[in-house]
Design a protein around this ligand. Structure first.
Ligand code: GDP
Length: 297
């Protein structure tokens, strides 16, 4: 799983710190240098690492810590707290419309990021909460994507709306919301088309959907395996169409995981969920504190 290597490195640094009774400023600085290297090797954004180490250092070399009973433990506690802060401190829920009003969620992301799979995974979560989601096939360029959504919707026992591949995504979205109103669906999840790279046509298509239907939540799906690219993609989407939150997929893979640590700091948008496998149940709510504990071991 992601962070295995980062965890191992940090644990080694901390073992050394703990084994020392007293700490000098140089001990702390040397340890933080190693933490910095470990974060960079985990593909955390360079600026994010720099800011992080500065914050930890400012807190860790203060008199209270150095003269305290257990300075090593204090430094580790500070690193933990700052990691949690980096990832956004609080768990962010997808904001639903009040009462029985329909919430329209638009899923965006590059091709292969895991958008269609994640759409179905999310639908499962909503269904468990007693909601009645409608999955909408807005990816009209790949007939396979429509089929995949249909199969996944069936597996999840949720409804799916498609108009084939001859209509514009914005028209499909509009028809889907009208259908949802008649059919009693309270959540509409639009599975949009991705491209291999961030491109103008894709952004224009997403914009058009937003002009035609009221999108309440725009959720970006990024692939953790793409590391720093995932962070750049998140920045581009946020600048061009505005996103409310991010889902980071494939954190189960052999990825260095840096994207999960950088996205909030770089884009200001929270991570909502993380994908932990190919199965439709493999979606976990993102808890910054639990993730920090996982990383620190
Ligand atoms: P889309 O093009 O963005 O719609 O991507 P898909 O939903 O088709 O996913 C692309 C591939 O990634 C598929 O083989 C999925 O099974 C796989 N996938 C999606 N999410 C995860 C995840 O969290 N972990 C793993 N291991 N694979 C995933």
């Amino acid at each position: 799983m992601a962070f295995d290597s980062l965890s191992e490195k940090l644990q080694n640094v901390f073992k050394n710190l703990r084994s020392k009774g007293r700490l000098t400023e140089d001990d702390v600085k040397a340890a933080l240098k190693e933490v910095k290297m470990a974060l960079l090797e985990a593909d955390v954004n360079f600026k994010v690492v720099k800011g992080f180490i500065k914050d930890v250092q400012e807190r860790a070399v203060g008199q209270d810590v150095m003269n305290g009973l257990n300075p090593g433990q204090m430094v580790i506690k500070i690193v933990n707290e700052e990691l949690v802060k980096l990832m956004g401190s609080e768990t962010t829920e997808i904001k639903l419309q009040p009462g029985s009003a329909i919430t329209v969620i638009m899923m965006a992301g590059l091709q292969g990021a895991g958008k269609t799979t994640t759409t179905a995974k999310l639908a499962g979560k909503f269904k468990l909460k007693g909601k009645k989601p409608l999955l909408v096939a807005c990816d009209v360029y790949r007939p396979a994507a429509i089929k995949q959504l249909e199969i996944n919707a069936e597996k999840q026992g949720v409804e799916m709306f498609s108009m084939g591949d001859k209509n514009k995504p914005a028209d499909i979205a509009k028809a889907a919301v009208e259908h949802a109103a008649k059919n009693g669906n309270n959540i509409v999840i639009l599975d949009t088309a991705g491209r291999l790279h961030v491109d103008e046509d894709m952004m224009a298509e997403l914009q058009e959907i937003k002009e035609v239907v009221e999108v309440h939540q725009t959720i970006l799906v990024v692939d953790a395996m793409t590391g720093q690219d995932a962070v750049n993609v998140a920045s581009s989407f946020n600048d061009k169409i505005g996103i409310d939150g991010v889902i980071v997929t494939k954190l189960d893979g052999d990825t260095r995981g840096g994207a999960a640590l950088s996205i909030k700091a770089v884009t200001g948008r929270p991570i909502l969920y993380v994908g932990m496998g190919e199965k439709l149940s493999d979606l976990e709510q993102f808890y910054p504190d639990r993730m920090a504990s996982r990383i620190l071991g």
